[in-house]
Write a protein that binds this ligand. Structure first.
Ligand SMILES: [Zn+2]
Length: 233
């Protein structure tokens, strides 16, 4: 399955810092990005995307690609229509069941984790005929437990959503009253609980904040966004 995540050197969305304007025909990819992604089998003329709102809502992209609405989970069964998620520290999660011909992508930060976006993307793929145990999953470069310090407003929401479980996803921080949150561990656990085989989750564990030479990081103050795209062959 063709899939890719841009870096800050692929000038795809370097100038794309604001939420997507739904009236725009498509996200403003630069020509160089279009060429690079076309070489990876991803045709930006047919890209499907959303106005991401840190929720767990899901929608299919229109036939032939285009704007799917204010959601954080995108789906398609149409070969050659790339789905795009834009991030700078949040997780982009790609799920594909090639046998069912089902593709789903999710944008998941701490709010999406609390709201169940990982569970929602497995459900959305299932609604297209995917079997959870058959899904292949990829997690794009995103902020790691090395760099994601959070405090009470975040931990109280996590505790409310996942009582007795969220403690396994945090470790002590240097500063009092703070913890380091492992969104990778949290979402891998939530995906597994939704039926995904952990052995089929590919996570290169590349931290966006640790690699300023490669990635944009919201935490570090970057305004640019990385794009993660995937299409059914
Ligand atoms: Zn890091």
């Amino acid at each position: 399955m063709p899939h890719a995540t841009t870096t800050r050197h692929c000038p795809g969305v370097a100038s794309f810092a604001e939420p997507i304007d739904p009236s725009a025909p498509a996200p403003p990819f630069a020509p160089a990005a279009a060429a690079a992604l076309a070489a990876a089998g991803l045709d930006l003329a047919r890209v499907g995307y959303a106005r991401q709102v840190h929720g767990a809502g899901a929608a299919p992209v229109p036939a032939g690609g285009g704007f799917a609405g204010r959601v954080d989970v995108l789906t398609t069964v149409e070969p050659g229509v790339p789905l795009a998620i834009f991030t700078a520290d949040c997780l982009a999660i790609v799920l594909c069941d090639a046998d069912a011909g089902a593709l789903a992508l999710a944008h998941v930060g701490w709010r999406g984790t609390v709201r169940g976006a990982a569970q929602a993307v497995v459900r959305a793929a299932g609604a297209l005929g995917a079997r959870a145990a058959r899904l292949r999953v990829a997690i794009a470069p995103s902020i790691g437990p090395c760099c994601y310090e959070v405090d009470e407003p975040v931990t109280s929401e996590l505790a409310r959503a996942y009582p007795g479980r969220w403690e396994a996803w945090v470790s002590p921080a240097a500063r009092a009253g703070r913890v380091m949150l492992d969104l990778w561990a949290a979402n891998e656990a939530l995906l597994a609980e939704a039926g995904v085989d952990p052995a089929r989750i590919e996570n290169p564990r590349l931290c966006t904040a640790c690699h300023p030479e490669l990635f944009y990081s919201y935490r570090r103050g970057d305004r640019g966004r990385l794009a993660t795209l995937a299409a059914l062959p």
